[in-house]
Design a protein around this ligand. Structure first.
Ligand code: ADP
Length: 316
């Protein structure tokens, strides 16, 4: 049974196979996704994250355990990636407005001002009281780089609890979880999106068993000005969209939350730093695509990617 939903600006495709209760499960999942929206979508005025942003520099806000845990994980990731992933990226996201229409390159003073407000070390978390406070007025959280993965994991946990053995959870084509195997017992074959082409055009196929896959790239949301592409992944150090020769990064393995964060963080690093960072991680692999259409893989992925598009070259 298949269902398509549109939530938090994302097309969500859910496929559940071989379970009489599928319709019931899909209804529960829809409710679960609405709850996530209430929790962490900063553009939803009723959400907990919106409340934290509104109180920036003023007071601490009490949140649910789920939101607290997600924020703690986000800050841990910010530390681990030395700020390449930073959940306090909000002021820069709001300034650049990429993907919201009418964009242009902001004034340098405004970029510097927004950049000075981005710092995960200024997120004050009180575990005993479950409160979060942003130290400075003007700071804001933006969980766009982790939210879809978090939602995908909640759905996957639910499906495991109700013992669904075969399903695909696809949030926007960039966060995908394959549960179990196809109903006929074969492995899932997931097509990897060609970063330069319309949605649905593939560059490679990968076989998955019970695994997550997440891609981030400079092609998803962007605008052009004077021949330069300004996209939605921002480097907290420069205040600008990243520009380091990487076109996209796909992460395979780990939880969907891990994969969502890592794909964004590694796009901010460059190929060399990102490769070194990913090679020291256990059970999670990465595929990097550079602007000159070369594909680089961490060691665990070698031999597992089936290239289906001759514009790309696999660098062994
Ligand atoms: P999508 O799959 O929607 O394209 P990504 O997982 O690639 O999303 O994350 C991009 C989003 O993450 C941006 O739209 C923004 O909300 C947020 N973001 C951008 N740069 C950073 C960063 N350096 N650290 C954390 N979040 C970021």
């Amino acid at each position: 049974m298949t269902q398509t939903l549109f939530k938090f600006d994302t097309v969500i495709n859910l496929k559940i196979y071989g379970d009489d209760e599928s319709a019931n499960h899909l209804k529960k999942i829809e409710q679960m996704l609405d709850d996530v929206d209430q929790q962490i979508n900063m553009s939803n005025k009723d959400s907990e994250i919106h409340a934290i942003n509104e109180a920036a520099g003023k007071k601490a806000v009490k949140v649910s355990q789920g939101t607290f845990d997600l924020m703690k994980l986000s800050v841990d990731y910010a530390e681990d990636t030395q700020g390449a992933f930073d959940p306090s990226i909000g002021p820069l996201v709001s300034l650049w407005k990429i993907g919201n229409g009418g964009e242009h390159v902001p004034d340098a003073n405004l970029i510097n001002q927004a950049k000075s407000l981005v710092n995960y070390k200024d997120i004050i978390m009180d575990e005993a009281n479950l409160t979060i406070k942003l130290a400075k007025e003007g700071m804001s959280l933006d969980l766009g780089g982790i939210g879809k993965g978090y939602a995908a994991d909640l759905v996957a946990n639910y499906l495991h609890d109700v013992q669904v053995e075969s399903a695909i959870i696809d949030l926007g084509g960039s966060s995908i979880i394959a549960i179990g195997r196809k109903p006929n017992g074969e492995q899932w074959r997931i097509g990897l999106q060609d970063p330069d082409r319309a949605r649905g055009e593939q560059l490679a196929l990968i076989q998955l068993d019970n695994e997550t896959i997440d891609s981030s790239g400079v092609y998803e949301r962007f605008f052009m000005e004077n021949g330069v592409r300004y996209h939605h992944i921002l480097d907290p150090k420069t205040g600008f969209p990243t520009k380091n020769g990487l076109k996209s990064v796909t992460i395979i393995g780990g939880t969907a939350t891990d994969a969502d964060v890592l794909s964004t963080a590694v796009v901010v690093m460059d190929l060399e730093e990102g490769m070194a960072y990913m090679n020291q991680k256990q059970n999670v692999e990465a595929m990097f695509i550079t602007e000159d259409n070369r594909i680089y893989l961490t060691s665990g992925l070698k031999g597992k990617i089936n290239l289906t598009n001759e514009r790309y070259t696999l660098v062994e």
